[in-house]
Design a protein around this ligand. Structure first.
Ligand code: NAX
Length: 326
């Protein structure tokens, strides 16, 4: 058995974490031979609820759960952390403008970025789930100047998984038949789900569907899926979001499937003309605990316009909080 690694999870008493923590402790994120110590962060009023979650984790008697810390202090939660899943965020309240939401979250994620910078393992892998995820990841990264910016990512895997299922259902195949699908850009309604390079059972996906379905059904369905879940369930996606976080981290740590790629919002190096330094979702391949943006994916005029629109939104989000960035 390996020695335990430390996994920090914020928003640990929230609904996503209620699914996420149990799957991490069961070994689904880092493998069946990797013990974990869970370092769970919450705001002070939620510490009671967090204690209940910790009691339930105890009651699962997970063989891989080597320890737990419950805290409202980010410096404690991120101490020596090897992995961090930043789930907790400020939700949009009544009458709150987008700018207010960005600023409220900037306050949270700058504190957490500093705590990561000062206390976490130098090799930490960070995934931001809390919305607006890409810009929250950017704020976290900018507040952690001593850590390589490549170690800060945001989650578009839920969008990727949603797109896989929509395409599988349309073509009467399974998700196992689909490869090389990409979510570009922001985890928001401007994201661009791209199937121009996707194959379904070895055939070009675009040859199996018509452009009208692609533009007017598939793309909006994937973009608006979060709102559709809220309408149906009366609450936002939780188990599927936790599942996507597990897949993102598992692939980053243990590698993407042979012959395929995954969508990850990562630190842009200027690939595909996307401004350097934005946290933008690209097709990525992971190996040996590191990710690489897949190069040479052809983009037609339709794709370039959509990739640009979501890049523009990310620039606007960044500019709205630029006065708070170090
Ligand atoms: P909940 O409101 O159930 O839980 C959030 C938890 O975070 C709460 O317990 C709250 O006390 C805690 N929290 C707030 N501020 C904190 C801070 N400064 N430090 C530590 N904890 C803090 O929300 P949940 O449904 O779990 O969703 C969490 C976040 O994920 C939201 O921002 C949501 O918008 C986002 N999502 C992101 C998705 C993605 O694909 N990237 C999809 C699902 C989800 O909508």
């Amino acid at each position: 058995m390996k020695s335990p690694v430390r996994v920090a999870v914020t928003g640990a008493a929230g609904q996503i974490s209620y699914s996420l923590l149990f799957r991490i402790a069961a070994g689904e994120m880092l493998g069946p031979d990797q013990p974990v110590i869970l370092q769970m962060l919450e705001i002070t009023p939620a510490l009671g609820a967090l204690k209940g979650v910790a009691m339930e984790l105890d009651d699962c008697a997970f063989p891989l759960l080597a320890g737990m810390i419950c805290t409202d202090d980010a410096n404690v939660a991120f101490k020596d952390a090897d992995y961090a899943l930043l789930v907790g965020a400020r939700p949009r309240g009544p009458g709150m403008e987008r700018k207010d939401l960005l600023e409220a979250n900037a306050a949270i994620f700058s504190v957490q970025g500093k705590a990561i910078n000062d206390h976490a393992s130098r090799d930490i892998k960070v995934l931001v789930v809390g919305n607006p995820a890409n810009t929250n990841a950017l704020i976290t990264q900018r507040n952690a100047p001593d850590i390589n910016p490549r170690q800060f990512t945001a989650m578009t895997r839920l969008d990727h998984n949603r797109a896989l299922t929509q395409l599988a259902q349309k073509t009467d195949k399974t998700i196992n038949d689909i490869k090389h699908l990409t979510i570009w850009g922001n985890h928001s309604s401007t994201q661009y789900p791209d199937i121009h390079h996707a194959t379904v059972d070895g055939q070009d996906a675009m040859g199996l569907i018509d452009q009208n379905w692609y533009e007017n059904d598939f793309i909006p369905t994937v973009q608006q899926r979060g709102a559709a879940i809220i309408d149906a369930r009366g609450a936002s996606s939780a188990a599927s979001a936790a599942n996507a976080a597990i897949f993102h981290m598992r692939d980053w740590a243990l590698g993407t499937a042979e012959g395929d790629w995954a969508s990850m919002a990562v630190y842009s190096d200027g690939s595909y003309g996307i401004e350097e330094g934005l946290i933008y979702s690209f097709p990525c391949v992971c190996k040996d605990g590191d990710w690489e943006i897949v190069q040479g994916v052809e983009t037609n005029e339709f794709s370039v316009a959509k990739m640009k629109a979501t890049e523009d939104e990310l620039k606007q989000e960044r500019d709205a909080v630029s006065h708070l960035l170090p």
